[in-house]
Design a binder for this molecule. Structure first.
Ligand code: 6PG
Length: 479
């Protein structure tokens, strides 16, 4: 009997997706570049697993029902191109290639176009949820050739995570690289969420002098409220783990954060399309700064550190830190959704923001109760310009305002870096300001470069220049 789908690449993600597909009644053909990995994988499977191993690509492709569906789970970058090149001679017009890795969206856009020219339908599929998600239900963000989606929609909705209302976290996102773009934004938001939690942790540990257990209890309690999320939940669990001498394990983990690059791509694209994605940008930079361990240690010796007040756990300050975490999170998602809106116009996608919030409600790393609130905001107004324009989020920002400022003040007083929380507050203060000091910037630009400015008391389409080094008179430049 022909197989329903091929999985190319049997690293942990590929293996788990194959098992997940098979669990849902699909016949899965598997292949890996090195035969040993394939042998090891199938050796552990029962005879009726629904998974069939293949050791050459031609046999893999020949084993599939038509149109053939090949799901590629390979390291993002050139490897994906090589795999596609190897598959092409073995595929026919109408066959479907799916890239399930964390590919950079311009690569997906390019592959989609190139394969379309050859009559092959390409889907760039963002998949989130790590190993567990892949095995038991990831969040799935497919984009590319819309015509291919009806052929594979059912199988991927079957293996996707289900939200509490039973809805699968798997919906078509859009043309070309849209699926991988939305996955990239997911990862950027993931960086932001993680950084904010780390900042709240340091404020509690160093600003309030709280023990690891007390902080774990606090995160666990917060997980019962508006901050309920997978990342807050695992943080509480992490903080309770101790080494054999009783030291919290986290204190023995080197304080250098790694990154594979998806957060950096998000920040680079923000600069490219012109969106103030400050919080995620700071989260990326915070990881980079953390990796400068030698310099940090040397400067800590040389400059000393500001006095850190271990003021003792103060319930009102704990509430302030919670408010800061919540409000900054609202800003992070505000910025992320703004970026998707601008990118959609820039790259020609029609994104459905409520649907994207639905995709992220379960299965993925940023899953949270919060995403239901975002979905509801877009239900109330599908054209919502950004989250603070929604009544629920506006009220939440107002309620958290005083605590947010107190927490950032505590950080400043104690010399605790809170780049994400502080950047979020600065963005918020700028975004809700009718007046900013950009008029002075315009005057400076005009002074040194005759770049001209507009006047608030003249038509917006008129441009002016002051003869700064002359008689200070003003000339209209577009006459
Ligand atoms: C997910 C994760 C996943 C992976 C990140 C980690 O959604 O399942 O985001 O894609 O864990 O690539 O990224 P960094 O190595 O950059 O932290």
């Amino acid at each position: 009997m022909p197989s329903d789908i091929a999985v190319y690449g049997l690293g942990v993600m590929g293996r788990n997706i194959a098992l997940n597909l098979a669990d849902h009644g699909l016949d899965v053909a598997v292949y890996n570049r090195t035969a040993r990995r394939t042998e090891a994988f199938v050796a552990g499977l029962p005879a009726d697993s629904g998974i069939t191993a293949h050791y050459d690509l031609a046999a893999l492709c020949a084993a599939l029902r038509k149109p053939r569906v090949v799901f590629v789970m390979a390291t993002a970058g050139g490897v994906v191109d090589s795999v596609i090149d190897a598959l092409l001679p073995l595929l026919e017009r109408g066959d479907i290639v799916i890239d399930g890795g964390n590919s950079h969206f311009p690569d997906t856009q390019r592959r989609w176009q190139a394969l379309r020219d050859r009559g092959i339908r390409f889907i760039g599929m963002g998949i989130s949820g790590g190993e567990e998600g892949a095995r038991h239900g990831p969040s799935i963000m497919p984009g590319g050739d819309a015509d291919a989606w009806p052929h594979v929609r059912d199988m991927f909705r079957r293996i996707a995570a289900k939200a509490d209302d039973g809805e699968p976290c798997c919906r078509w996102v859009g043309d070309g690289g849209a699926g991988h773009y939305v996955k990239m934004i997911h990862n950027g938001i993931e960086y932001g969420d993680m950084q904010l939690i780390a900042e709240a942790w340091q404020l509690m540990r160093d600003g309030l002098g709280m023990s690891s257990d007390a902080i774990a209890d606090t995160f666990a309690a917060w997980n019962g409220g508006v901050l309920a999320s997978y990342l807050v939940e695992i943080t509480a669990a992490i903080l309770r783990v101790r080494d054999s001498d009783g030291t919290p394990r986290v204190e023995r983990i080197a304080d250098r954060a790694g990154q594979k690059g998806t957060g950096r791509w998000t920040a680079i694209d923000a600069l490219q399309v012109g969106v103030p994605l400050t919080l995620i940008g700071e989260a990326v930079f915070a990881r980079t700064l953390s990796s400068m361990k030698e310099e940090r240690t040397a400067l800590a010796d040389r400059l000393g550190t500001p006095p850190i007040a271990a003021a003792g756990a103060d319930a009102t300050m704990l509430d302030a830190i919670r408010d800061a975490l919540y409000a900054a999170k609202i800003i992070s998602y505000t910025q992320g959704f703004l970026q998707m809106r601008v990118a959609a116009a820039e790259y020609g996608w029609r994104l459905d923001y409520g649907s994207i919030a639905l995709l992220w409600r379960a299965g993925c790393i940023i899953r949270s109760r919060f995403l239901d609130d975002i979905k509801q905001a877009f239900d109330r107004d599908p054209q919502l310009p950004s989250l603070p324009f929604d009544g629920f989020f506006a009220a939440a920002l107002r309620d958290a305002d005083a605590g947010w400022r107190r927490a950032v003040t505590l950080a400043v007083q104690c010399g605790i870096p809170t780049p994400a929380m502080s950047a979020a507050l600065s963005f918020h203060d700028g975004y809700r300001s009718a007046v900013l000091p950009a008029n002075l910037l315009q005057a400076q630009r005009d002074y040194f470069g005759a770049h001209t400015y507009q006047r608030i008391d003249r038509p917006a389409d008129s441009h002016w220049h002051t003869l700064w080094s002359g008689d200070l008179s003003e000339v209209r430049t577009d006459d």
